[in-house]
Design a protein around this ligand. Structure first.
Ligand code: ADP
Ligand code: ZN
Ligand code: ZN
Length: 742
């Protein structure tokens, strides 16, 4: 397929039309250096150009006649790519995405390129770099002190090794390598090729898995979305692996997207072991140059499999075979700043352009995806049982009305944990949402610790020593006494994971209690290392979302969920879906090996319809009911939304902007051919957090019964917003298909 428009006639005064990463909906014209023609070969290449007093990196989007006198134009400072960096399908999809998300093309391209390339780095040498000892290193090995550097040195003593193998054999080796390098004992070396390994065979697929694999393989070579629904542990990853092997056999590339918390070293090891080919990783834990190298290796078809988080959806796929989106319902696929794209949705767009199947997998599919499957647009595949011998867990609701609680835990929960420990097994106490961390209140006068910059409470950390705002990051030490009444009766209210940890440690002094959160798992492989300290011993894990998925913990047989109620009553129309997904996901952690699992849900609302539907009919029953409610209320997937947000130091600035923006939208709507029935504007209303970091915030919601009507209005409205005088006094953004309204 040819996507690049090639000009047949090129006037002498043709100029380069450059997309720059600026919040302006236009391209910028530049002249080529004297004697060099502005021909189509420039399109898709990066250039460095003068802009104001600085220079910027942009991408040549088009070549054409100058809009103004070319003599007045500046000349590009440098051409950074000999041939186009962005071409073919990816180039085309990025143009599509810029239009769909109403983003300036330059911002879209800068979002899609790995940082190093967007910042103008030289396209790196992507030959495989490994590590080897220097001569001094070989001599020093035997006399080194025990520790990670010595362990690494002893491995390298036998010869150079590739990073992928080191990842496998010596987790945490990178800091050891830096230590050795700093002492001149080790250095990087170009390896000829990744030592090829024999792919380990997988288990014999059970019939549902085999049927899913053959359905996917049957669609290779043509666009087809497939939705694979199966609980955690039902063997979805085995299905992905087999489908990817089929692509490898055809010489094709596969892209696997995983949620942020899903990309563990365990996952990568499993893919590498089972595929027997280099598997590239792409995530925020890698350095800029590592990410650029992975991107380029895919672009050059030097690697066939890439596993990555959200932004990996922009990986070039010149020999595309398959895109897999694991946990496709996961919120981390949506970008929340800059260009607010959704990686799952873009994966589908790319699959369509590439003519390849796109496999969406989940235990709890997004209602959008289920609706597509029901309408027959997605092929629906199901794994109804857990693989191996694993039994589905028993779920019980614990009514805690009028019951005494200990750090938020009921007696029944504590008894169940005690029984679990007595059996020599592990329990997970799961606290819904980090955002419900405890706040500091004065027991005498009711004073509450509030952020100075936001409409938000500060949350208590480090056992009450520090206060932190989760919205603007402000932190302070906790006051020793109430600032209002000087009472010393300050206490943390609401059971955060730290308080639960303390209460459990007091209850079970002999058991290991591990709190799993961002602080306790900081650093590379932090979660891995923390879980390793527990191993197979009986113990209790206390944590939030981070523990909902990932790691196989075969000894884990009890999952106790607290904080269910916070999710039952929320203004956000997606809150029930999120809660149901979370409950199913976290339940999936119990009993993954031979032992049956048990799940306890502690609530003040045992008869709530959401819990009743989930208990009686599982996610399916919940989803059926919820889709009915969404349709009746006119919410996605039965409506198409876009959210205009703005913030400024003053109320007046925000109001003036929204007044102008809304008037403009109403005028444009009236002029749309179809009279745009079903296009409605709601608001403006104050944002869920009406003040944040000192800024006043509000939002205006656009909803449409049909996607084309929404896109038609956006295409006229958003470019015009840049022209409004009032827009220059606020910071505004447009979010197409927002996932957080409240
Ligand atoms: P999911 O991705 O749905 O969570 P996995 O593919 O990780 O499930 O499978 C869960 C566990 O069951 C893994 O340990 C996997 O090796 C094992 N497993 C998967 N399929 C089979 C099978 N057909 N026979 C035996 N074990 C299997
Ligand atoms: Zn007080
Ligand atoms: Zn704040």
């Amino acid at each position: 397929m040819h996507y690049t428009a090639r000009m047949v006639f090129m006037p002498d005064h043709a100029v380069l039309r450059v997309a720059l990463p600026l919040p302006l909906p236009r391209l910028f014209d530049y002249r080529t250096p004297p004697g060099i023609a502005a021909d189509a070969g420039w399109i898709g290449c990066r250039v460095r150009v003068p802009f104001g007093k600085q220079e910027r990196i942009g991408v040549v989007a088009a070549v054409g006649a100058a809009q103004t006198d070319p003599a007045g134009l500046k000349c590009v400072a440098a051409r950074l790519d000999a041939s186009a960096l962005l071409t073919g399908e990816l180039w085309h999809s990025l143009h599509w995405a810029a239009r769909y998300y109403q983003a300036p093309l330059g911002e879209m391209l800068a979002t899609a390129l790995p940082n190093a390339l967007a910042n103008g780095a030289e396209p790196a040498d992507t030959r495989l770099l490994g590590w080897q000892l220097s001569v001094a290193g070989h001599i020093a090995v035997s006399s080194m002190r025990d520790g990670a550097p010595k362990r690494l040195a002893r491995k390298l003593h036998h010869g150079p090794m590739a990073p992928t193998r080191l990842d496998q054999e010596l987790p945490g080796w990178r800091s050891a390598a830096r230590t050795l390098a700093a002492r001149g004992l080790a250095q990087t070396v170009v390896l000829d090729a990744e030592p090829s390994r024999v792919a380990e065979p997988g288990p014999a697929l059970h019939p549902e898995q085999a049927a899913a694999v053959s359905a996917i393989v049957g669609h290779l070579g043509a666009f087809q979305p497939l939705l694979l629904e199966g609980v955690t542990g039902s063997g979805k990853t085995e299905v992905y692996l087999e489908a990817i092997r089929a692509c490898l056999a055809r010489g094709q590339q596969s892209l696997v997207l995983v949620p942020e918390i899903g990309l563990t070293p365990q996952t990568l090891h499993r893919f590498r072991r089972r595929l027997g080919v280099p598997v590239l990783a792409f995530h925020s834990g890698l350095s800029d140059s590592e990410r650029a190298a992975a991107w380029l290796r895919m672009a050059r078809n030097e690697a066939q499999v890439l596993v990555g988080t959200r932004s990996a959806v922009f990986a070039p796929l010149p020999a595309a075979g398959l895109i897999v989106v694991d946990e496709e319902h996961d919120g981390s696929y949506k970008q929340h700043e800059g260009v607010r794209y959704h990686a799952r949705d873009l994966a589908l767009v790319r699959g369509q352009q590439l003519g390849i199947p796109v496999l969406l997998g989940s235990a709890t599919p997004a209602l959008e995806s289920l609706a597509h499957a029901r309408a027959g647009r997605y092929r629906y595949l199901r794994l109804s049982q857990r693989a191996g011998n694993a039994q589905p867990p028993q779920v019980r609701v614990i009514d805690i009305r009028k019951r005494p609680l200990e750090a938020g835990l009921s007696r029944q929960m504590i008894d169940a944990i005690a029984a679990c420990l007595a059996r020599g097994e592990q329990a997970l106490v799961f606290k819904n949402r980090r955002g419900y961390a405890p706040v500091l209140i004065c027991h005498d006068c009711g004073w509450r610790a509030q952020c100075r910059h936001c409409d938000a409470m500060l949350t208590v950390h480090e056992r009450g020593r520090r206060l932190l705002c989760h919205h603007c990051g402000a932190r302070q030490t906790a006051p020793p006494a109430c600032p209002d009444c000087a009472s010393l009766a300050l206490q943390a209210q609401g059971a955060g994971t730290e308080r639960i940890e303390d209460a459990l440690t007091a209850q079970f002094p002999d058991a290991t209690v591990l709190r799993v959160d961002r602080q306790s798992t900081r650093g590379r492989d932090g979660l891995e290392r923390l879980l390793d300290t527990l191993g197979d011993r009986p113990g209790i894990l206390v944590g939030t979302q981070m523990l909902a998925k990932g790691h196989d913990l075969p000894k884990l047989t009890l999952v106790a969920v607290v904080g269910v109620d916070e999710g039952l009553f929320s203004a956000d129309f997606r809150a029930p879906e999120r809660l149901a997904q979370l409950l199913i996901q976290v339940s999936g952690r119990a009993g993954r090996a031979e032992r049956p699992g048990e799940v306890l849900l502690q609530t003040h609302h045992p008869d709530h319809p959401l819990l009743a539907a989930l208990l009686a009919g599982g996610y399916r029953a919940f989803a059926d009911g919820e889709l009915g409610e969404r349709e009746a209320a006119g919410f996605p997937p039965f409506a198409y939304l876009a959210l205009l947000r703005a913030e400024a130091a003053t109320h007046e600035a925000v109001s003036a902007f929204f007044a102008e923006a809304k008037t403009l939208a109403l005028t444009l709507r009236a002029a749309l051919p179809e009279a745009a029935a079903g296009l409605a504007l709601h608001g403006p209303v104050p944002a869920p957090m009406a003040r944040r970091a000192g800024q006043v915030r509000a939002q205006l919601l656009l909803s449409a019964a049909q996607r084309p009507a929404r896109q038609a209005l956006l295409a006229r409205w958003i470019p015009a917003l840049y022209e409004l005088a009032s827009a220059r006094r606020v910071r505004w953004s447009i979010d197409v298909d927002p996932i957080d309204l409240y």
